[in-house]
Design a binder for this molecule. Structure first.
Ligand SMILES: Cc1ncc(C[n+]2csc(CCOP(=O)(O)OP(=O)(O)O)c2C)c(N)n1
Length: 182
């Protein structure tokens, strides 16, 4: 599926969930939701999302991770499996590339399995999607059921989608305001 199709589904379905896009998952958002944090430190998306999920247990947290990024912090899968945050939905957009800095192939692409790595880390609710209709049905069920979920979505490489105009600092302030009590 195209990343833009996957992101459209997320945009259509989220209401008060926190969304943590990593790297190219920031591209092409028609509007930046209220609870949103773009993670640009490779590997930390799942850890940032875990922290948000623990701090806001009544709210679902969706992290839209990159395959290259997750590979830099596989240990976060073990931490998530150990802590079992029921409200965390970890979705990896697998494109086989470090796309944002110039579409460099991820070493070993096609030869490793992220779902198998997640299983070996102790995660149990593992999903795989390569088609947008199945992804939409899957996200709907992950939003309703208890996690933690780990999902891998195959997305085609893409180009030409824009980066947001809002700065990282402004995004962080917006999230802080949106999550502050009262
Ligand atoms: C710690 C760290 N090292 C390097 C970079 C530079 N960098 C930015 S995006 C990126 C590739 C990310 O690949 P992936 O997570 O697969 O996401 P994609 O761009 O394919 O969506 C790199 C190497 C960074 N942001 N942080």
């Amino acid at each position: 599926m195209e990343r833009s199709q996957l992101l459209q589904v997320v945009q259509d379905l989220v209401t008060d969930e926190v969304v943590v896009p990593v790297m190219s998952a920031i591209k092409g958002w028609a509007r930046i939701p209220e609870h949103f944090f773009w993670c640009t430190a490779m590997g930390y998306g799942s850890s940032v999302a875990l922290g948000l999920a623990l701090a806001q247990p009544e709210r679902k947290v969706i992290v839209l991770d990159g395959d290259g990024s997750l590979l830099m912090n596989l240990g976060s899968l073990v931490t998530i499996a150990g802590l079992q945050p029921r409200n965390l939905i970890h979705i990896v957009l697998e494109n086989g590339l470090y796309e944002l800095p110039g579409s460099i192939p991820v070493p070993g692409r096609g030869a490793f399995s992220l779902p198998e790595m997640a299983r070996a880390a102790g995660l149990e609710k593992i999903r795989e999607y390569d088609e947008v209709g199945a992804f939409e049905r899957g996200l709907l069920s992950m939003l309703k059921e208890e996690g933690p979920f780990f999902a891998v979505a195959q997305v085609a490489p893409s180009a030409g989608e824009g980066l947001p105009k809002m700065t990282l600092v402004d995004m962080s302030r917006k999230l802080e305001r949106a999550l502050s009590p009262g």
